[in-house]
Design a protein around this ligand. Sequence first.
Ligand code: F6P
Length: 319
Amino acid sequence: MKRIAVLTSGGDAPLMNAALRAVVRKAIYNGLDVYGIMYGYAGLLKKEIKKMELGSVGDIIHRGGTKLYTARCQEFLQPEVRAKAVEILKEYAIEGLIVIGGDGSYRGALELTKLGMPGIGIPATIDNDVLGTEFSIGFDTALNTVIEAIDKIRDTAMSHERTYVIEVMGRDCGDIAQWAGVAGGAETVLVPEKPIDINATIERIKRGHERGKKHSIIIVSEGVGNAVEIGRQIKDICGYDTRVTILGHVQRGGSPTATDRVLASRFGSRAVELLCEGKFGHTVGIIKNEIVDMEFENALKMKKLSNSSLAELCDELAI
Ligand code: F6P
């Protein structure tokens, strides 16, 4: 293998730059040429491809966003579009492609691998919903952003004796909510993996009030439904002064945490090694604190590791 390319795809995660840096530096360290593809698969189709040098990834390890820009590319679901993408990569003499993104991006890389363009996936999304790994890069940083917000909201919730419903991102995965619930000391966490029981939530808030705790924090994962509606129900049924805060895209930005930077560096380095070893069509991941790799097909067949023990812990500690 002499020449590889790298792209970032799907929703950005604050760690894409750190992973990109690791890929570029490790590739150059191993004597490979490395090309960066702008705007994910969409940019590949438009031939937005440029050679990366050591300096191309200088001063980005601490920056959120992605220097290569990112995009979601619906067109890539069409087989003829993927065939064109392989032709373009071959035109540039590219022999392997590293894709930094989530499950959708992996599916694209798997299809390219089947067409003879070896792909490797690095899991990057704040949602932590990528299969084949316990943690995706970006999750820890987003979680810390959420905790900072919860801590601030807690101050005002306490002063005004209010109930706060805080909506966090995660799409269909409740990991951000569940982890934030434990780390932020929430009364209740509502996640899409579990049917919501608004009565149980209300009972819990009331119990708190009865023993003198007049403020509460309820974390709602966006996949559960409408946080504003949940806030309205709590207010209507309990009569407590209730506010709703939707954290939104603030969760996708910011300087990455040290944990995330190290993970991104380990993933990026291993991804290049896999291409050099001729292990194509693999994802990298972390399981039980070991860097692992597995075939895309096996990763995509895996079940998401459950957080039920965290759910129990949150309930136990917020009695
Ligand atoms: O997948 C990351 C994510 O931030 C989800 O948590 C959220 O549902 C979605 O992307 C938002 O997408 P967009 O930035 O396209 O609105």
